[in-house]
Design a binder for this molecule. Structure first.
Ligand SMILES: *Cc1c(COP(=O)(O)O)cnc(C)c1O
Length: 495
């Protein structure tokens, strides 16, 4: 069966999977969704015998039906290799009554590697299939994690180049070092004198600039995006929820057909949406627990049916979840509206005009699989400390938001369904916040010291991603004003 992709905003035009990956966003401004959600082609019992790459192929070929077997397997082989520091690619660590699905064993030690290590290959393959010969230039604004994962994924991938803009004074020291030491002749990193919103606006303006697009095209370039709304990122994320279910069967934690709960620390709603799709494919999902930090716009939405971004933006210790517009929620809104593109468009226009929209009671009733929760900064810190003291296991701040919400969920509902918590970053990436949560005396101390201490107390070897940046030379020194971004791009591309 061929799966096509259509927009959430009502346009009747459908495109193939490879076209959807190339375009990123539909022409009417909507996000692409599959015309149908395929069912798992194998029995639940057989999942326990499949390794990560086999699971990836099984899931992805159901969604990306215009890729051939060879093309897909080639992309998977190039993505899930020794860039990951464990052969299994991801694994479940049991601690304190939950399974922590460690999604941070890739090159940049955050879960974004799970999708961004394959996206470049899907994209270049999609370009070939559609006779696109332009060099694809990935343009990205980042608040930290996406930029590095995209740089690492696209570095030295033939037929592509990548330019990342980050707020010079708005990312952690480790995050900045990770980016400015990036190797690869096709990678460019630019710090801007401005905040993340300025970087994001500058990038959006360039995407919308038709005169620039024309000059690009004359030189044989075209822009594309590695943003999480691309289905080329969503589909690879479904894989690990299917894989995790197989691991739980193998470990005797559940029998085929038993329910599982997934807890996901959420920002842009991409990761948890992938878990939802895994459920639609046939994984027996009990509840999907959506965990927010103090920017709890999603918690309020699940409670009231009203999405309201008109509130203070709070900087927390889980910066990758500091977000007030969860872009991927649009796909869920479309589904619960009964695939009504007009209605979805109206709600999204209300969000961009007034910053608020409400769904109907009927739509809200369809959200019962989701449970929204949030954790304060103090709860997040004490969760890290408690788990460390009880189990000797150190988790990062984002994962701790999820673990803290799960604890509240258990208390509130008494639901003891086996549970998998998406562990989205290595604690090394946020060593400062993590060490201070464990012991206040770490209030002072530079990164190097805290990293060594983290290794000492956790007994976990310092990841290659961290060792590398300690000694790596700085390769990127570009800086610009917030209104100078386009000039940088023109300079880099020789336009
Ligand atoms: C991006 C990110 C998240 C949020 O994921 P979404 O798909 O945006 O909901 C959570 N944790 C970490 C460490 C991240 O980098």
């Amino acid at each position: 069966m061929d799966i096509l992709y259509k927009s959430t905003r009502g346009s009747k035009k459908t495109v193939t999977a490879s076209q959807a990956i190339l375009k990123g966003l539909a022409d009417d401004g909507g996000l692409y969704v599959p015309t149908e959600v395929p069912k798992l082609p194998v029995s639940l019992a057989s999942l326990k015998d499949m390794d990560y790459k086999q699971t990836a192929y099984m899931v992805m070929r159901e969604f990306l039906t215009d890729f051939s077997e060879d093309e897909l397997k080639d992309c998977i082989d190039k993505a899930y290799d020794s860039k990951f520091d464990i052969e299994e690619i991801t694994k479940i660590r049991e601690a304190d009554g939950a399974g922590y699905l460690e999604l941070f064993h890739g090159a940049t030690i955050a879960f974004k590697d799970m999708a961004l290590s394959i996206l470049p290959h899907l994209l270049t393959c999609a370009a070939k299939k559609n006779d696109v010969h332009d060099k694809i230039i990935i343009l990205t604004a980042t608040s930290g994690d996406t930029g590095k994962a995209a740089l690492s994924g696209f570095a030295d991938v033939e037929g592509t180049g990548i330019i990342v803009f980050y707020p010079k004074h708005g990312v952690s020291h480790i995050q900045e070092r990770q980016m400015i030491t990036q190797k690869g002749g096709n990678t460019y990193v630019v710090g801007i004198e401005g905040n993340f919103d300025d970087a994001q606006t500058g990038v959006k303006n360039m995407f919308g600039n038709s005169e620039l697009a024309e000059r690009m095209s004359e030189k044989g370039y075209r822009f594309s995006s590695a943003n999480s709304i691309n289905i080329g990122r969503l589909v690879p994320q479904i894989v690990y929820y299917v894989y995790a279910y197989g691991r739980l069967i193998k470990n005797g934690k559940l029998k085929p057909g038993d329910k599982v709960n997934y807890v996901v620390p959420t920002g842009n709603f991409g990761n948890i949406l992938a878990a939802y799709y895994a459920g639609r494919m046939g994984i027996p999902v009990g509840r999907l627990i959506c965990a927010s930090n103090e920017n709890k716009v999603l918690y309020d939405f699940f409670k009231s049916g009203t999405y309201d971004k008109n509130r203070e933006f709070i900087l927390t210790s889980s910066p990758s979840m500091d977000i007030l517009i969860s872009s991927n929620l649009e796909r869920l809104i479309y589904i619960i509206s009964g695939e009504d593109g007009e209605k979805t468009r109206a709600l999204m226009e209300s969000l961009s005009d007034a910053g608020i929209y409400s769904v109907t009671g009927e739509m809200k009733d369809k959200l019962s699989v989701f449970y929204g929760g949030y954790a304060s900064e103090a709860e997040t810190a004490s969760c890290i400390k408690d788990l460390y003291e009880k189990e000797g296991y150190v988790i990062d701040t984002h994962t701790a938001v999820a673990a803290s919400v799960y604890k509240k969920y258990r208390t509130e509902t008494g639901d003891d369904t086996p549970c998998v918590i998406a562990s989205t970053a290595s604690p090394y990436k946020f060593a400062g916040s993590v060490m201070r949560a464990i012991d206040k005396s770490y209030e002072s101390g530079d990164d190097d010291f805290l990293i060594n201490e983290l290794s000492r107390i956790s007994g976990v070897k310092i990841p290659k991603a961290i060792e590398e940046i300690r000694s790596a030379p700085v390769l990127h020194k570009r800086l610009c004003a917030k209104d100078g971004m386009q000039k940088e791009v023109e300079d880099i591309l020789g336009l």
